[in-house]
Design a protein around this ligand. Structure first.
Ligand code: GDP
Length: 298
């Protein structure tokens, strides 16, 4: 589908000088290809522009080593820089703050982003990998089907869910979850908040109220990794209003090249903690900057 960046750059450099240091002209021509590759991978324009500038500063004047071609050398600089931006200062992206039992985790995001599925995946991971006792609760008072969906997932993965009581507000459910988690000796309780098709004031106010009641240890935003620029806008909105501690990018098993990850990291500065790689309950992985960098390059 896409010609990958390595192939493109070898083509470019075949036509250019092959020896000595990379010249300004060589670098400029190569970076045009890099910019196109980033845009094709769905990286937003301003982010691609800044990124290319950073690579330009690093590449100009670098001596061409004998062992690799100039094209490979530029690819390596781009790859390293991608990895650098994607990783930020996050040392352990896959580790969640779940000390001080019961630790509340607030799951937020738009409807259809994969929030409920991700809540189940994370609960399973916390149970199996970290040995935690987890309680899940759905706060989606608008869609009874969403509440049932979480209950069914819970049964599937062997994680408890808060019994459904009709007629409660989201805040009331959150309080009940906290109480049950405390009395029941759970390590973690996860609150799957209601999503909308787009951000609106009522939704944000509700999530804010829940946040203030439980004081979450983690507030994880679940966004569809295939939505590119929209994912970044959603993250900025949620972070501005609610304050998020990290991001889970879903549908990274799809055809997309994952450029949203780079834009997300560059624009919000928030760590991407996990990626969703399918519908099954074990299709969740820790975010690996190296792998995503490779994918963006094609
Ligand atoms: P919610 O409305 O945000 O709670 O979204 P759901 O959790 O109900 O997910 C919506 C749909 O996306 C479901 O069909 C999920 O199985 C699917 N889904 C969730 N995460 C992923 C993922 O990482 N990859 C793929 N391919 N599908 C996903």
């Amino acid at each position: 589908m896409f010609e990958n960046l390595s192939e493109r750059l070898s083509g470019v450099f075949d036509r250019l000088t092959k020896q000595g240091a990379l010249s300004d002209e060589d670098v400029k021509t190569a970076l045009r290809e890099v910019r196109v590759a980033l845009l094709e991978a769905d990286v937003s324009l301003p982010v691609a522009r800044d990124f290319v500038k950073a690579v330009q500063d690093k590449a100009t004047g670098q001596a061409v080593t004998k062992s690799i071609t100039p094209g490979q050398q530029v690819v390596k600089i781009v790859h390293d820089e991608l990895q650098h931006v994607l990783a930020g200062n996050d040392e352990n992206p896959g580790e969640l703050k779940v000390d001080n039992a019961p630790a509340p985790i607030l799951m937020v995001g738009l409807q259809g982003s994969g929030k409920t599925t991700t809540t189940g995946k994370l609960a399973k991971r916390l149970t199996e990998k970290n040995g935690k006792r987890v309680l899940m609760a759905s706060l989606d008072i608008y869609r009874p089907a969403a509440m049932q969906q979480l209950q069914v997932l819970g049964q599937q993965i062997g994680v408890d869910t808060l019994p459904i009581v009709a007629g409660e507000t989201a805040v009331q459910i959150a309080k009940r979850a906290k109480q049950q988690a405390t009395l029941g000796g759970y390590d973690v309780y996860m609150l799957d908040t209601a999503g909308r098709l787009q951000i609106d004031e009522v939704l944000m106010q509700e999530v804010e109220d829940v946040r203030d009641v439980v004081n979450p240890r983690e507030t994880l935003l679940v966004v569809d990794g295939l939505t590119g620029q929209v994912a970044v806008e959603v993250a900025e909105e949620f972070d501005g209003k609610i304050g998020i501690s990290g991001v889970v990018l879903t549908r990274m098993d799809g055809d997309g090249r994952g450029g949203a990850a780079l834009s997300m990291r560059a624009v919000t500065g928030k760590p991407i903690k996990f990626v969703g790689l399918g519908e099954k309950m074990d299709a969740l992985e820790t975010f690996e900057p190296d792998r995503v960098a490779g994918r963006i390059l094609g």
